[in-house]
Design a protein around this ligand. Structure first.
Ligand code: SF4
Length: 471
């Protein structure tokens, strides 16, 4: 399961904004590794530099130094709408001076197809197959006389999830959809301002956290300072998977460190699914905090039974079980002397297709584990996500096809316990109505029949699109 991007922005007259953005993107690398990019503005013009791969591959000292300016935005991409190619990397620049901007987006626009057709009908042209370019063209298509009202117009039309940063030649904007599906926060550094998907990115550059960008809010940062506008009425439905898996454990959401929230999830799992066992371990790294919580609540000692090779990137679609086993073996190495003859509680964040969990269990049993009891921080995933998470179609989700007992048998575990939905909400310690829980219960915050046909969007041949004349 993959998240759909990290965004970052800086407005500072004191600092090298491109370099700060480069460091900010490093901190947000877990949110997307397909491409990275930075755009800067110096009061007159906008510069953009993007490329395929991780931040360290895309940028050199020379490319960062050449960007200049006093405003910057950055983006790490994992594609959920639009294919993986350099033309789709962000930030994307759209429009003609003085009506031009560069934009970076985390989320997924459900009615992008409809808006795309409408904008093409009005003569707007597209260079990419991303919903981000649809957002950008929608903003500049507004006849409103100022940027804030142009954004308000776009927010009235957009359906779905969007945490945005965009810059004009002399202003930085941050915008969050009315549901606040994806995180976005505001920080301060040296009298300047920083926007980031997660607070961990503020920590890494030495910025102080100020507050979260509110659902439905537009923040404008310029020579006048920070100004806040209500773009749309707020109806909070944040993605609960940010708490379970996506966001880094050292980030704060709603004022609480995610590491602690994940420990609470583990403790709740121990109460819901106790078992006689010798050791508790987490599948590294995402389930480590939850395993600590399980161990402390159950009194069963915690162990590190699997060592993760952190330098393995994406393992491509493995065609058969033998290759999938090999992929898991590339990622994890078990510790046989520690595991031999032991009854293990193995905590993991989620089971999506159920294709890698059997390989993990096989690996542990081969290393001598006598029993493997899987404990999962998320309830069974039965519905796909349309809000920016590349999960699977319904037919690929194992819990949409099999009962818990059938899944246990399929993955080869001695027992299997999923967190209850009530238990999950209790661990997060915020009102249930604040969250999107759609992948568990099918209750989407927006009508999903509007979901754009991603394949159709892919098929929009680039050669049909006339290049946007860049300013
Ligand atoms: S459907 Fe699931 S993954 Fe998607 S936004 Fe809602 S909670 Fe998050």
């Amino acid at each position: 399961m993959h998240e759909a991007c990290g965004v970052f922005g800086v407005y500072s007259l004191q600092d090298d904004v491109a370099r700060l953005t480069f460091f900010g993107l490093f901190a947000l690398q877990h949110r997307g590794q397909e491409s990275a990019g930075i755009a800067t503005a110096d009061g007159n013009k906008i510069n953009v530099y993007t490329g395929m791969g991780r931040v360290s591959h895309v940028f050199s000292e020379e490319s960062v130094s050449s960007l200049g300016g006093y405003i910057a935005i950055g983006h790490n991409r994992y594609s959920t709408a639009g294919s993986s190619r350099v033309a789709n990397s962000q930030p994307i620049m759209v429009g003609k001076a003085p009506n031009f901007l560069a934009i970076a987006h985390n989320g997924n626009i459900i009615n992008a197809r409809h808006l795309y057709e409408e904008l093409r009908g009005k003569g707007y042209t597209f260079n990419t197959t991303t919903d981000t370019e649809v957002i950008a063209n929608l903003i500049i298509s507004s006849t409103a006389p100022d940027w804030v009202n142009k954004v308000k117009y776009a927010m009235r039309r957009l359906q779905g999830a969007y945490s945005l940063v965009f810059l004009t030649e002399n202003r930085l904007f941050a915008v969050r959809d009315p549901f606040g599906v994806r995180p976005l926060c505001l920080g301060t550094l040296n009298g300047g301002w920083v926007i980031a998907s997660e607070t961990c990115a503020l920590d890494h550059i030495g910025a102080d956290f100020v507050r979260e960008v509110e659902p439905g809010e537009i923040i404008s940062i310029s020579e006048k300072g920070v100004e806040s506008y209500q773009g749309q009425p707020s109806q909070p439905r944040m993605c609960i998977f940010e708490y379970i898996y996506f966001a880094r454990p050292d980030s704060l959401i709603a004022g609480r460190l995610l590491h602690l929230t994940r420990q609470a999830m583990g403790a709740q799992l121990a109460r819901e699914h106790p078992v006689d066992a010798d050791l508790v371990m987490g599948v590294p790294d995402s389930a480590t905090a939850a395993a600590i919580g399980y161990a402390s609540e159950s009194g069963i000692p915690l162990a590190e039974g699997l060592i993760k090779n952190r330098y393995v990137g994406r393992t491509f679609i493995e065609p058969d079980q033998r290759m999938r086993d090999l992929g898991v073996q590339m990622k994890f190495n078990p510790l046989p002397q520690l595991l031999d003859g032991k009854r293990l509680v193995v905590v993991d964040d989620s089971i999506v297709r159920g294709t890698t969990t059997p390989s993990v269990i096989k690996l542990l049993k081969k290393a001598g584990a006598k029993e493997v009891h899987m404990r999962i921080c998320a309830p069974p995933l039965r519905y796909p996500c349309f809000l920016g998470v590349d999960m699977a179609t319904r037919s690929e989700l194992i819990a949409a096809q099999k009962s818990v007992e059938e899944i246990r048998e399929f993955i080869g575990a001695d027992s299997l316990g999923y967190m209850s939905l009530d238990g999950l909400v209790k661990s997060v310690a915020l009102p249930r109505e604040n969250f999107c829980l759609a992948c568990f219960n099918g209750d989407y915050p927006v009508p999903v029949q509007l979901e754009m046909d991603k394949l159709e969007m892919e098929n929009l041949a680039l050669d049909q699109a006339t290049a946007v004349k860049q300013p």
